[in-house]
Design a protein around this ligand. Structure first.
Ligand SMILES: Cc1cc2nc3c(=O)[nH]c(=O)nc-3n(C[C@H](O)[C@H](O)[C@H](O)COP(=O)(O)O)c2cc1C
Length: 221
């Protein structure tokens, strides 16, 4: 079985990456008695690619690339593997109220070739999907500022694969040392307290998300 863990943060050892690591562990533990479980960790910022180029080869009736993305870059071989995988977990920090540009471009490429205007998805497989979002703001600020803004992309993912599980991790610890960076918005002591008291709960939630993805991968969904 193949699972893809996609890190949409440029940082490989911070919040998003740590949560994704825990989610991977949840998959591994849940499927420990299953043969051949491959967890593929993808760091989007290591790859060279762009978003959808609107060539419409994937929509061309009878065309060679129907339901496929023909763009020759680092996603060319990866996209079909992910589209045929047994589970996908995507993690992204929030940059100016959105998932990162790299994650957004990646999702355009992963999804558009399977998206059919007004029709059924061309997905070769309906695998479980999860989204992990990490951000500076508190849950309260998130609700006021961003509301349901991630629902649209999640609805698109649902239409193509399955309804994604969604984990939002608020009030993350952004800097390695708050005293070294200019910031008038966040109290370093409160940030440290939150990290100390809450990040372990976030990690547990990420682990449980991995467990659910593993369990769903064994079901006929
Ligand atoms: C360019 C940039 C923009 C950001 N914009 C937001 C934002 O709009 N809202 C927010 O809550 N956090 C914002 N953040 C903070 C990150 O989302 C947050 O620290 C996140 O947990 C970082 O993930 P990482 O530790 O995995 O890199 C921003 C960070 C950067 C670098």
């Amino acid at each position: 079985m193949d699972f893809y863990i996609i890190n949409g943060s440029p940082r490989k050892k911070y919040n998003t990456a740590e949560l994704l690591e825990k989610a991977s562990q949840g998959i591994k533990d849940e499927l420990k008695d299953t043969n051949e479980v491959n967890i593929h960790q993808i760091h989007l910022y290591d790859l060279d690619y762009k978003g959808c180029k609107s060539c419409f080869h994937c929509k061309r009736i009878g065309g060679k690339y129907y339901a496929k993305c023909p763009i020759k870059d680092d996603l060319l071989d990866l996209i079909p593997k992910i589209q045929n995988s047994d589970g996908i977990i995507l993690g992204s920090p929030i940059y100016f109220g959105e998932i990162t540009g790299e994650m957004r471009s990646f999702l355009e490429r992963l999804l558009f070739s399977l998206f059919v205007y007004g029709g059924e998805s061309n997905a070769p497989k309906k695998m479980p999907v999860a989204m992990i979002y990490t951000m500076n703001v508190t849950e309260e600020v998130f609700n006021g500022l961003y509301g349901n803004k991630f629902d649209l992309m999640e609805d698109i993912i649902e239409g193509i694969f399955t309804k994604p599980y969604s984990l939002k991790v608020y009030d993350t610890y952004q800097f390695s040392d708050y005293s070294k960076y200019e910031n008038y918005a966040f109290d370093p002591e409160l940030k440290a307290k939150r990290k100390e008291e809450h990040f372990s709960i976030d990690l547990k939630d990420a682990y449980d998300l991995g467990v659910k993805i593993a369990q769903d991968s064994l079901k006929d969904i």
